[in-house]
Design a protein around this ligand. Structure first.
Ligand code: ZN
Length: 347
């Protein structure tokens, strides 16, 4: 995989800047708009308050005026902190390569988080360079009122060839697994107004020996073929893959085989939050779990940041640890994924 020139580093003071970005619209929240300000001004039209209580309420009103525009946008954001906590739990298990005890624990971790949801465990035997390997995808379904499905996906296992170096895949697998679990927190409850949303946690994305078309993406190739046979693929309106986007220094490439209109919707969602600079500043073709779906004509996107650390030095190394991942990046991801779902529903 190609290493990338670094984009813009995140500056200190980023939280202040980015938790209240230059946004015109907050899709999931509310903010104090001009009409509310006018109403407050009308309340005080009679002149200055004369009593202590009046002065207090006058001061409180001004404090509200000053603080409300800052406080409200914070409520409107996806909780990257929660996503990061889920990632932390998964990383704490340790390496989770196929056939390892850590993999069994990772399966139990997913089972535990979705114990009250509609979960399907899609088990299969992969033919790999080390022989047959038992693998397991997880599919979690949140039904919607519209006929059709939006798939959000990630892989959750770690890299078998890296089993000797304590590779925990904090960004490569764990961060996006945490992201999807936190997205589930937003979807759970009553039926969704739009399309059904299915979360898919793929096994066997990584090569067992060395990356090739036949030694990689075992889980997604298996599931796309299965859903091709039983006609599930025809119901999928959009397939979105999240990979390595917990990176503190977020610069998501435009993956060239992803579907144009879906890339445009993600770009639009990012723009609505003032996140343009984190998305699609560079282009690259990436082989990943989306390809089995792209090849079968499903509208698909790989939302991926392959530029991880100086000269990509954290990618597939023992350096891929939780300190390289940030809640802020996961907030950006979550905001954009949730808004993209809304835009697909409107389409
Ligand atoms: Zn990887």
């Amino acid at each position: 995989m190609t290493s990338f020139q670094h984009g813009r580093p995140l500056h200190s003071g980023w939280e202040t800047m980015t938790l209240w970005p230059r946004q015109r619209r907050l899709p999931h929240g509310r903010w104090l708009g001009v009409p509310s300000l006018l109403r407050l001004c009308f309340c005080m039209k009679g002149g200055k308050p004369r009593t202590l209580a009046g002065m207090l309420s006058f001061s409180a009103a001004f404090a509200f005026l000053l603080l409300a525009p800052l406080a409200s946008p914070a409520q409107a954001h996806f909780s990257g902190v929660t996503a990061l906590e889920y990632a932390r739990e998964l990383v704490a298990i340790g390496p989770r390569w196929p056939t390892s005890p850590g993999h069994l624990k990772a399966e139990a971790f997913l089972r535990e988080h979705f114990k009250h949801d509609q979960v399907e465990e899609d088990t299969f035997t992969a033919t790999t360079p080390i022989g047959p390997v038992a693998m397991r995808n997880f599919i979690v379904r949140f039904p919607g009122k519209k006929d059709g499905v939006i798939v959000l996906s990630s892989h959750y296992e770690t890299n078998y060839p890296l089993r000797t170096i304590n590779f925990v895949g904090a960004n490569d697998g764990a961060a996006t697994t945490g992201l999807l679990i936190a997205i589930a927190d937003q979807l759970r409850g009553k039926p969704l107004d739009g399309y059904s949303v299915w979360l898919v946690f793929f096994d066997g994305e990584e090569a067992i020996q060395s990356w090739s078309a036949s030694d990689s993406t075992y889980g997604s190739r298996h599931l796309a073929a299965k859903w091709g046979r039983d006609s599930t693929l025809g119901k999928i309106k959009a397939f979105m893959l999240a990979d390595m986007i917990g990176d503190k220094d977020l610069d998501i490439q435009r993956e060239t085989r992803s579907t144009g209109w879906l890339v445009d919707l993600v770009r639009q969602a990012a723009h609505q939050y003032g996140y343009d600079r984190y998305f699609f500043q560079t282009e690259e073709a990436v082989e990943d779990d989306h390809l089995a779906f792209v090849n079968r004509g499903v509208p698909s996107i790989d939302v991926i940041d392959l530029d991880y650390g100086p000269n990509n030095s954290y990618h597939h190394t023992a350096q891929d640890t939780l300190d390289k991942v940030s809640a802020r990046s996961l907030t950006i991801d979550g905001d954009v994924f949730m808004e993209t779902i809304r835009l697909i529903d409107l389409r």
